[in-house]
Design a protein around this ligand. Structure first.
Ligand SMILES: Cc1ncc(COP(=O)(O)O)c(C=O)c1O
Length: 388
């Protein structure tokens, strides 16, 4: 490996949301990695810092070009530069879409368990989330299309927020599944907003399919959110894009993003995205390999030391979804269990309840950290679950 993912960087005292915990605590919750970003991004930012003037900035043509080339070469999606709109984050884009494409009191569909902030974007805007709950057979998740159609056919539903790939269950949706989701959405007059922020975090050799690449109809009847932030660990820079091939949809989301004043980036936003998508490929591929090895390490660990925890086999993301139903005491929630582990061992995990669906029996473990940190986290998990 060219890059060092093994060294532990002390993040305490750096105003990190993840690491704002007590001295003895070990945070393995929010989707934020404990690795320094790619050196090419750091260099681009250092260049900007050393300039010394941080006035209002504009987007250079390289910004859209870098997204277009990356998605074409890595993911087989052909976009035009003018089809991309800058936005400060994926969540701001989702909230803008909710405000633009639905009215208060209407329902917004989600496939659960799913990223909890989707519910904030819906509920905080006075809309009502409606779930299509994924089917869990004790080892993996599948989408029941009859159930999806039942949800989408409600005339009060006009928007589906999709997570592709799905956080937290770690599913890469297939081309056929995405095409079928799109068909059902169109049949019932539902617009699809596809959040693809985790798309570059697939296991080595595994490919994600952009919703818009699954069929020409999907491309013309959807909005996609993309960003370098999750995969290059630069969430604090706040830089993202929405893609809409249809000019009317694009105009409408652009209008709302600007009304919401989330359409202008800070002075680092374009530099970071351009560096990531033009020079970050090798770093990203090594990161994916490292995360893959971390997941294999954790799977082996669970088999040997915690066989009652069922760690789902996932081929994307660094967020492991752990079925801990065997450890839930009578009447205990996953939130209660996560709290019990935290109090006893200092290990801070995400509880599954917040992702809804069947999340109540699960905990989410972030393994995007040096192996040494992962080993310590797993040791604490054994202590939290098994030792009195
Ligand atoms: C599915 C998903 N979408 C969006 C975000 C956050 O996006 P942003 O920081 O660009 O608002 C996250 C962060 O974990 C996420 O998991």
């Amino acid at each position: 490996m060219t890059y060092d993912f093994d060294s532990v960087v002390n993040r305490r005292g750096s105003e990190s949301l993840k690491w704002d915990v007590a001295e003895h605590e070990l945070p393995m919750w929010v989707a934020d990695m404990d690795f320094p970003t790619a050196p090419c991004i750091r260099q681009a930012l250092e260049k900007r810092v050393s300039h010394g003037i941080y006035g209002y900035s504009i987007l250079p043509p390289e910004w859209a070009k870098s997204y277009v080339t990356w998605w074409d070469q890595r993911h087989g999606l052909k976009m035009q530069e003018e089809e991309l709109v800058f936005v400060t984050g994926v969540v701001p884009a989702i909230s803008s879409a909710v405000r633009k494409f639905t009215t208060p009191g209407e329902k917004v569909a989600v496939i659960t368990p799913v990223y909890n902030i989707f519910f904030n974007s819906i509920v905080n805007n006075g809309r009502v989330p409606v779930q299509c709950v994924l089917k869990y057979d004790g080892s993996s998740y599948s989408l029941d299309f009859e159930e999806l159609e039942r949800v989408l056919s409600d005339p009060q539903v006009s928007l589906l927020i999709l997570c592709n790939p799905q956080n937290p269950v770690g599913r890469i949706w297939t081309r056929e599944e995405l095409a079928r989701m799109g068909e059902l959405a169109r049949k019932h007059g539902v617009l699809v907003f596809s959040d693809e922020i985790h798309c570059d975090l697939t296991d080595p050799g595994k490919e994600y399919v952009p919703f818009a690449a699954a069929s020409e109809e999907n491309r013309m009847h959807s909005i996609t959110a993309m960003a370098p932030t999750k995969c290059f660990n630069i969430a604090g820079i706040q830089t993202a894009a929405v893609y809409a091939a249809d000019p009317v949809l694009r105009h409408r989301i652009w209008r709302q993003i600007n009304t919401d004043e989330v359409g202008e980036g800070n002075v680092f936003a374009a530099d970071a995205a351009i560096a990531a998508f033009t020079q970050g490929g090798t770093w990203l591929d090594e990161l994916r390999a490292y995360i893959y090895e971390n997941k294999q390490f954790a799977y082996r660990f669970f088999m040997e030391k915690l066989p009652k925890v069922h760690a789902l086999r996932q081929d994307c993301t660094y967020l492991m979804w752990l079925d801990v139903s065997a450890y839930l005491k009578e009447g205990e929630t996953s939130k209660g269990l996560a709290q019990r582990i935290r109090e006893k061992t200092g290990l801070f995990l995400s509880h599954g309840r917040q992702y809804r669906g069947d999340g109540e029996s699960f905990l989410r473990l972030n393994v995007a950290c040096p192996r040494k940190t992962l080993e310590e986290g797993l040791r604490r998990l054994v202590q939290g679950l098994e030792e009195e």
